[in-house]
Design a protein around this ligand. Structure first.
Ligand SMILES: [Cu+2]
Length: 583
């Protein structure tokens, strides 16, 4: 169903108001030396030389004036259109009163151009300009963002489109669909609140009434033991996201749901939508009711097309889809947050004044034992005292989920890494399983066809594939009560760098000991995800590790130097981070 809208003036709401007075009550304090700019509409810039500025700007996203940090005063920042094979130069001037940086996410480039302060370079000082220069050796949909402090949360991000030497996809029109999460609160304040109480933003806690319902259903002992497990982890089965719609407004291309971003089409055009999750903390479940989406690329790389109704996009991932809307119709582009606390909204329409009905959000997903499986008999290791056992197996048919390993090949030797069990580890996955065909919490019961990692197969054969020389296992660990995140029980500040050997083919396995999804991002090299066919491993830059699960990928270690490697949830990054040194 579609209907006319006659309120284009709502756009004013998001485009910001004119600064007429100082806002004493604003979330961001004014610094006398910082110039405040006005927000501009997002533009596309193309060519081989770019001039970007990082500014403090005034915005009005929630109905209240606030300050953002943004590239070229745009939120999202300008879309940069590059061409595969070009050498490009990007001058970035920092007009903030603090250090800044730009990281080119998923771009293969020399280590000192990667934009991570403390690892690739020193960062960009206030008033300084840094010149990035590199040759573009890939194509597809990518993005950029600040890698300094929490600046990504306050608006420093934008899209990158790289045109291939030869485009193999056929489409008539394209749109970037950038999803993000905005808060009028300062990120430091959000982080402080999470440190004090990890469920500060989570109002969907269980009640005493819920407990008595469970007792009726499960009997007292079972209900009690289940509740005890959650309590030991300092979590509840409704802890889906750390930061929620209580403080977040979800944006599509910088526009709030009331403003409703419009993507226009004509007649029977084929439309390519380039989805980018540029949010700080939010996973989105994306669908366009009434339209099948053909997923054609993941993290910038072509995949064998998969027809779906919906896909989950983790923080920092990108998906390209092609849709074929019918003539004279309007469709909602609906991206609900994983915890169903809100949504980003846009409209694909033939007429900017015609919008579609906004779908209902799905019911609140609940992390429950019913869909976690409790196969205790196969448990080989027991949790230490004070660690809660996570009995997660997803309780679903896993037969299609195991990545197939060639049994004729020798076992891959595992290089042991330092691991600690203590204050950093309050949870332990006892029976972690590969869950490639698990669409994830909240989508398992869906009647819609939901994309899973098992569906992702590279369109082109795996490049330079060799049998892995060795394997490392990284346990993703945490202490929810104290909001501490780590890898192998060791936080970044206490960790030695990970050493990769130049020229090796490395297998990396994640075991997620926590109840959160972690979108893990290795800089500088592709992550070839094991999805079942070794000859068509999809190349990704960001891999979701699901709660209590296991997942493996391979890396051609073909880039010397120092690289960042971390969880892309902004408030997990401090601890769940490693420096990688390729020697
Ligand atoms: Cu994380």
């Amino acid at each position: 169903m579609t209907h006319k809208t006659s309120n284009p003036s709502r756009r004013v709401f998001v485009k910001g108001v004119v600064a007429t007075s100082l806002m004493a009550s604003s979330a961001l304090t004014l610094n006398a030396t910082t110039k405040i700019s006005q927000r501009k509409e997002t533009e596309e810039l193309s060519g081989s030389e770019f001039h970007l500025t990082i500014d403090k700007i005034q915005v009005n996203i929630t109905g209240k004036p606030a300050f953002a940090t943004a590239v070229n005063s745009m939120l999202s920042g300008p879309t940069l259109r590059w061409r595969e094979g070009d050498e490009i130069t990007i001058n970035v001037t920092n007009n903030l009163s603090e250090d800044s940086s730009i990281h080119w996410h998923g771009i293969i480039l020399p280590p000192h151009m990667d934009g991570v302060p403390g690892i690739s370079f020193d960062g960009i000082k206030p008033g300084a300009t840094f010149t990035y220069k590199f040759t573009v050796v890939q194509s597809g949909t990518f993005w950029y963002h600040s890698h300094s402090g929490f600046q990504e949360q306050t608006g420093i991000y934008g899209a990158i489109i790289i045109e291939p030497k030869e485009e193999i996809l056929q489409y008539d029109r394209e749109y970037v669909i950038s999803l993000s999460d905005w808060s009028d609160e300062k990120p430091d304040s959000i982080y402080r609140k999470l440190k004090i109480s990890a469920d500060y933003y989570n109002f969907k806690q269980r009640t005493v009434g819920d407990f008595f319902d469970e007792v009726k259903e499960l009997g007292f002992l079972e209900a009690f033991s289940q509740r005890k497990m959650w309590n030991e982890m300092a979590m509840t089965d409704r802890d889906l996201s750390d930061v929620t719609g209580y403080t977040y407004t979800y944006l599509m291309n910088g526009q709030n749901p009331a403003t409703n971003f419009k993507a226009l089409f004509k007649n029977k055009e084929k439309i390519r939508l380039r989805f980018i999750n540029s949010s700080a903390m939010t996973f989105f479940d994306v669908r366009i009711p009434g339209l099948k989406m053909s997923v054609v690329a993941s993290d910038g790389n072509y995949v064998q097309p998969v027809l779906v109704d919906e896909f989950r996009i983790g923080v920092a991932e990108t998906y390209d889809v092609i849709v074929e809307p019918e003539e004279n119709k309007a469709y909602s582009i609906f991206a609900q947050s994983l915890d169903r606390s809100g949504y980003a909204l846009g409209t694909l329409t033939y007429d900017a004044n015609v919008v579609a009905t906004i779908p209902e959000m799905d019911p609140l997903p609940i992390l429950s034992h019913a869909d976690m499986g409790m196969n205790m008999s196969s448990m080989k290791e027991m949790p230490k005292k004070k660690e809660a056992a996570m009995k997660c197996g997803a309780g679903m048919d896993m037969s299609a989920s195991e990545p197939k390993m060639d049994m004729s090949k020798p076992a891959i030797p595992i290089t042991p890494l330092q691991e600690r069990r203590g204050v950093q580890t309050t949870m332990r996955a006892m029976n972690p399983q590969y869950r490639l065909s698990d669409p994830g919490v909240g989508l398992r019961q869906s009647k819609r066809k939901v994309l899973t990692y098992a569906d992702l197969k590279s369109l082109t054969p795996t490049t330079h594939d060799r049998y892995p020389h060795r394997e490392i296992i990284l346990r993703l660990t945490g202490n929810m009560e104290r909001y501490m995140w780590s890898i192998n029980g060791i936080a970044y500040k206490d960790a030695a760098p990970l050493e990769f050997k130049y020229g090796e083919r490395l297998r990396i396995t994640y075991i997620n000991d926590t109840m959160m999804n972690h979108p893990m991002h290795l800089h500088g090299m592709w992550s070839d995800l094991e999805t079942g066919d070794d000859n068509h491993l999809p190349k990704k830059h960001t891999i979701i590790s699901q709660p209590g699960s296991k997942i493996s990928f391979r890396v051609n270690v073909d880039a010397r130097g120092s690289w960042a490697y971390h969880c892309h949830l902004l408030y997990h990054m401090a601890g769940m981070f490693r420096k990688v040194v390729v020697v």
